[in-house]
Design a protein around this ligand. Structure first.
Ligand SMILES: NC(=O)c1ccc[n+]([C@@H]2O[C@H](COP(=O)([O-])OP(=O)(O)OC[C@H]3O[C@@H](n4cnc5c(N)ncnc54)[C@H](OP(=O)(O)O)[C@@H]3O)[C@@H](O)[C@H]2O)c1
Length: 254
């Protein structure tokens, strides 16, 4: 049953970009979008090999793929990377701002440099990438940002990350107001997901955390988060903009 679920997302022939497509949720999103018929441009910071692997998986679906470097901690790289991406892939139907960075550090030990890197990656870099790429999203297209349940709950051991993701939720609303009615902008806010980043968080938690603290008693898979991102990017949700969609096993209930 689980492996058989397949939605018609009406994304065939689209061009998509996934910022942070070399690992985890971003790589899964690139694969899902390719399965749905999209050409995919994806970016990486350090994992050129991971990006190329994902690009190969996209090509295996008969779609075009490009892998490009883009470092969100440097505004000039975010802008230049966005511009280079659009030059390669052309105008976009879907833009997924997925890249993120988390580090678990108690409040009193967060340094100035660490605070800046987390804010720059998760919030400022997203803004500068949007400045470069939002004008290249075609009318009728969609932008999806990826925040976190931490944006809503707060997180004492990674409050820089939680604050940045809360900012990203708000930036999503501003961008929806800025780009409507031509382009929709929505946010997906996952809970802990089984990726390299998620595993780092899980390693700091009690062994029974999922069974005692999550209503569904398990962590998310990157595939399911990716499918939600694709759904939010697709015309199936054409009447939705400025929204934040929770997928967090009931960790935060509105
Ligand atoms: N996993 C979770 O539990 C969880 C929960 C809630 C929200 N999220 C969010 O979901 C998104 C994906 O996370 P993930 O779990 O898939 O993480 P991941 O496996 O660590 O992948 C992170 C991606 O972001 C890219 N990236 C990191 N820093 C960057 C920078 N400075 N500039 C450009 N790209 C950068 C990475 O590129 P390289 O690998 O090439 O450096 C990689 O492609 C993130 O926004 C994360 O905050 C994750």
């Amino acid at each position: 049953m689980a492996g058989a679920i397949r939605l018609n997302l009406e994304l065939g022939g689209c061009t998509a970009a996934v910022v942070g497509g070399s690992s985890g949720i971003g790589a899964a999103t690139a694969r899902v979008l390719a399965e749905e018929g999209c050409d995919v441009a994806l970016t990486y910071r350090r994992s050129a090999a991971g990006a190329e692997r994902t690009a190969e998986e996209v090509r295996a679906h008969g779609r075009r793929a490009w892998a490009l470097p883009l470092d969100l901690t440097r505004p000039e790289s975010a802008r230049a990377g966005g511009t280079a991406l659009a030059a390669e892939a052309g105008d976009l139907d879907v833009l997924v701002l997925n890249a993120g960075y988390n580090v678990v550090t108690p409040f009193e030990r967060i340094s100035v440099d660490e605070w800046r890197e987390v804010l720059e990656t998760n919030l400022s870099g997203a803004f500068f990438t949007l400045q470069a790429l939002a004008p290249r999203v075609r009318p009728g297209g969609a932008i999806v940002t990826v925040a976190s349940v931490a944006a809503q709950t707060g997180a004492p051991h990674h409050m820089h990350y939680a604050a940045a993701k809360a900012g990203l939720v708000n930036l999503t609303k501003s961008m929806a107001r800025e780009l409507g009615p031509q382009v929709r902008v929505n946010c997906v806010a996952p809970g802990i997901t089984l990726t390299p980043m998620g595993q780092d968080a899980i390693d700091t938690l009690p062994e029974d955390y999922a069974t005692t603290s999550l209503l569904l008693q398990r962590y998310a898979t990157p595939q399911r988060v990716a499918q939600l991102i694709a759904l939010v990017a697709s015309p199936v949700t054409e009447y939705m903009t400025g929204a934040t969609i929770d997928m967090n096993s009931g960790r935060f209930l509105r």
